[in-house]
Write a protein that binds this ligand. Structure first.
Ligand SMILES: [Ca+2]
Ligand SMILES: [Ca+2]
Ligand SMILES: [Ca+2]
Length: 293
């Protein structure tokens, strides 16, 4: 871990911008982070529902690799509330061509979501971010490792973004920033299709649940298809059991997010008409059904 004088400038920036302690981070605000535990914040305790390793490398303008490693893309579901905690971290970090370090990451996909943010000091990793800032529209979270640079072989501690979301989809992006000389250029790489909050039904991730989504999932032809664990978010699995079945449709309609109109239906091209008719019929049945909890 390194410190540098620029940290002092950052302090002045904080004073000028306005900041708060870790907790709920509203759009257009900055919070200092000092780490938390599941003992201190019991709502963070839960079960892991998504855990993948995504390799990455960051090159300079000449193509030389500054750093490489893996992003651990983790999501847990709070036992206490059932809501999701997004908890990525950078691990297996190395600098194959001399000293270099990671200085932060940006995580998108949180527009419209409540976020209570810190990092975990009761898990793996050596370095936590100093602060998080949230964009004015609420979508982008920037975790700043300054002065707490992540210098290989150190690893990042788990970030902890507790949200009010119940469903996640490959709707986010994470950009990782690296440097190999103080004051020099910053280089980055962006990882796509990272887990982020979504609402059940929005199969095409355009922010709406409408007939276009139903057409897409029924066109995929995996509704109760008898083939084990073969469906993605795009194919109708919204409750993360890798199947597209009635439970997914119930989840989607129960949330009350369905919005549609003749215009959307008219815009749907062939050859989906048969699927659309069936989807509409099923939709009507499910809306009437509204099963008890
Ligand atoms: Ca949609
Ligand atoms: Ca299946
Ligand atoms: Ca499912």
């Amino acid at each position: 871990m390194k410190t540098k004088v620029v940290g002092l400038l950052f302090c002045f920036w904080f004073v000028a911008t306005g900041w708060s302690k870790a907790g709920v981070v509203s759009p257009n605000s900055v919070s200092l982070l000092s780490g938390t535990t599941s003992a201190a914040s019991p709502y963070l305790a839960g079960t892991v529902v998504n855990d993948q390793l995504i390799p990455f490398s960051i090159q300079d303008s000449l193509g030389n690799t500054l750093v490489e490693g893996k992003l651990q893309e983790r999501v847990t579901r709070s036992t206490a509330t059932g809501q999701l905690v997004y908890a990525p971290r950078i691990r297996n970090l190395s600098a194959p061509n001399g000293e270099a370090w990671v200085m932060g990451l940006t995580y998108t996909g949180f527009d419209g979501t409540m976020t209570n943010i810190d990092y975990r000091i009761d898990g793996l990793g050596q370095v936590g971010p100093n602060s998080v800032s949230r964009s004015a529209n609420g979508d982008r979270l920037h975790f700043r490792h300054d002065p707490n640079l992540i210098v290989p072989p150190d690893e990042q501690k788990f970030l902890s973004i507790y949200t009010d979301s119940e469903y996640f989809a490959p709707a986010g992006e994470i950009t990782i920033y690296a440097q190999n000389d103080f004051g020099a250029n910053v280089f980055s790489t962006t990882l796509h299709r990272v887990a982020a909050p979504a609402f059940a039904g929005d199969a095409n991730l355009d922010g709406r649940f409408d007939s276009a989504d139903l057409v897409q999932v029924f066109a995929a032809g995996e509704f109760e298809d008898g083939i084990l664990k073969n469906s993605t978010w795009y194919e109708g699995d919204w409750n993360d059991d890798l199947e597209f079945d009635t439970a997914d449709l119930v989840a989607a309609f129960r949330a009350g997010n369905y919005s549609d109109g003749a215009a959307a239906v008219a815009a749907v091209p062939e050859p989906s008409a048969a699927n659309l008719l069936w989807a509409c019929g099923l939709t009507a049945i499910l809306m009437l059904r509204r099963p008890a909890k």
